[in-house]
Design a protein around this ligand. Structure first.
Ligand code: ATP
Ligand code: PRP
Ligand code: MG
Length: 208
């Protein structure tokens, strides 16, 4: 029985590949160069599928992959229905935060009970965060380049991921409120977890 691992291109692929190399598993192609979406590995029983970061839980939930690596941001936003989430991989670390344009008095806006326009890819997380604070918001759903929204008057604030803070700084934004610490989690298809337990076990040991 072959195992299929769902990964997204970029940091998740790179950091997971580094861990897999410790048990001698190497991808036979580089997803940055190849157009292939199924990548075989040096272990004939393990293959990788390359999907969008936010699609990893869907592929795993519906059995398109036995297991996958997904950011906590994606899991917080979309839920973990039908997934087994055994542990934190401690890779792709960053935080989800609220940021505003330099000079925008966020504390005052919150204190005055102003209605805020919030641009984000994480609409559910943003709604929950601001509801807990008792702040009314209108959300603007974007798929990327969130940092631009306050600069062009589309939003008062953004909810996005921050790591070094370079992207915020480069665009004259400041982080005003952390929402959650983020790192990548292993997600496992519940049926695979039962049926392929023996095959999955070495990965669990390694990844833990
Ligand atoms: P797409 O480009 O398909 O919309 P994406 O931007 O979510 O996807 P990545 O940037 O590779 O894809 O992010 C994958 C995961 O890595 C995110 O879900 C998050 O958990 C984490 N991540 C995102 N940005 C950073 C960062 N700057 N530093 C560390 N980890 C990050
Ligand atoms: C992510 C995130 C921020 C940036 C934060 O973008 O969406 O824009 O990283 O990291 P920093 O604080 O270290 O600057 P990413 O690099 O994934 O680019 P993307 O727009 O292609 O998703
Ligand atoms: Mg990104």
């Amino acid at each position: 029985m072959k195992l299929t691992l769902a990964l997204s291109k970029g940091r998740i692929f790179e950091e997971t590949a580094e861990i897999l190399s410790k048990i001698g598993i190497r991808p036979l192609e580089d997803p940055e160069k190849s157009r292939k979406l199924i990548i075989e590995t040096s272990n004939p029983d393990v293959r990788l599928i390359i999907v969008r970061a936010s699609d990893v839980p869907t592929y795993v939930q519906f059995g398109g992959a036995d297991f996958g690596v997904a950011g906590l941001d994606v899991l917080m936003e979309n839920g973990t229905d039908g997934l087994y989430v055994p542990f934190d991989l401690n890779i792709a670390k960053c935080r989800m935060s609220v940021a505003v344009k330099e000079g925008f008095d966020y504390a005052a806006a919150v204190k005055q009970g102003s209605r805020l326009k919030v641009a984000t890819k994480y609409v559910n997380c943003a709604r929950e965060h601001f509801a807990n604070k008792g702040v009314h918001i209108d959300t603007i759903h974007l798929y990327g380049s969130m940092e631009l929204a306050p600069l062009v008057g589309l939003a008062d604030a953004i909810v996005d991921l921050v790591s070094t803070g370079n992207t915020l700084r480069a665009n004259g934004l400041v982080e005003v409120e952390p929402i959650a610490d983020i790192s990548a989690r292993l997600v496992v298809n519940q049926a695979s977890y039962k049926r392929k337990r023996t095959q999955l076990q070495p990965f669990f040991e390694l990844l833990k």
